[in-house]
Design a protein around this ligand. Structure first.
Ligand code: UTP
Length: 294
């Protein structure tokens, strides 16, 4: 595979989750047994990425601590006869290199990606939002398929998409595919940000994973601030398509369903679903829930 580097933006303030996110990074919120961003890192590791660059901010130091090798904790578990818990820290030993840089002003997702420019250089890279889990079963391999499409089609950009119900299209960037001869891999004629249902070209919503060439930085640099005075990644992608660049979409499988934890409703329902599927406690929680609902 040609793509070895992933950029993970985690610098947003998560204002929709205040007060939870006042000092706690939203990417560190627990969903089931793990913080959100751990699922993201494990997914990228599974897909063969080796270098991870986090775009971070002042309230996000807990993320760096989480991925450090904590020898003191490991020794403590050994000394106190809790070796069985060492498995839970296996993620610390993944064959990954971690890098961090700060987004010094909250100027939006597009700007967060732009902060990676000097680190990325000329390499192609994956961008994976640090607040979105794909799939409950820890098997998602969409990024691997996206990299394959990127190479095979010699694409300029590849984006993950998930089919959403009509009443949700207004929340996302929506694909306008050139055609859907292959419903799983399609070239984009356009991407429309948060359309009204009547104007949506499809129900295929951007699913928080991208593969880019370094030329995305050139587009981001000339992208004017849009909604909320932020530099919108979608605007830069639209400009690429308008210039005739080859932008492809890859559809996630139902098993790779997106859990975005950006607002309380989606966070609560993600936690609930992971808790209900917990191998040790899921059954019990299910029974309790049935009792509450009586
Ligand atoms: P969101 O679009 O959900 O934005 O970010 P946000 O600022 O975190 O949340 P609200 O709207 O204030 O509630 C999607 C991902 O992009 C990162 C976030 O950390 C999150 O992982 N992001 C967003 C940045 O890194 N920088 C930004 O300026 C904005």
């Amino acid at each position: 595979m040609t793509v070895k580097l992933a950029v993970i933006p985690v610098a947003g303030r998560g204002t929709r989750l205040i007060p939870l996110t006042k000092s706690l990074p939203k990417e560190m919120l627990p969903v089931g047994r793990k913080p959100v961003v751990q699922y993201v890192v494990e997914e990228l590791n599974r897909c063969g990425l080796q270098k991870l660059l986090f775009i971070t901010g002042p309230t996000k130091i807990a993320i760096e601590n989480h991925f450090d090798l904590d020898l003191e904790l490991i020794n403590h578990l050994r000394e106190t006869g809790k070796e069985d818990l060492l498995n839970e820290l296996a993620f610390e030993k993944a064959d990954l290199q971690y890098f961090y840089t700060r987004q010094r002003r909250q100027l939006g997702l597009g700007h967060a990606i732009l902060c990676a420019e000097s680190f990325v250089g000329k390499e192609p890279f994956v961008a994976a939002l640090g607040d979105t889990i794909l799939g409950i079963n820890e098997k998602a391999k969409i990024v691997e398929r996206m990299i394959h499409v990127f190479e095979e089609k010699n694409a300029d950009c590849v984006i993950a998409f998930e089919e959403v119900p009509e009443d949700e299209v207004h929340r996302y960037g929506i694909a306008a595919p050139k055609d859907l001869n292959d419903p799983n891999v399609f070239q984009l004629a356009n991407i429309v940000e948060k359309p009204a249902p009547s104007e949506a070209p499809s129900h295929l919503a951007v699913a928080s994973r991208y593969v880019f060439r370094a030329e995305i930085f050139d587009y981001l640099k000339i992208t004017k601030p849009g909604k909320n005075n932020e530099i919108q990644l979608t605007d830069a992608i639209q400009a690429m398509i308008a210039d005739g660049k080859k932008v492809y979409g890859v559809r996630v499988t139902p098993e790779e369903h997106r859990f975005d934890i950006g607002n309380f409703e989606s966070y609560f329902s993600a936690f609930l679903e992971f808790a209900l599927n917990d191998p040790d406690h899921g059954e019990e929680i299910r029974k309790k829930l049935q009792k509450f609902l009586k």
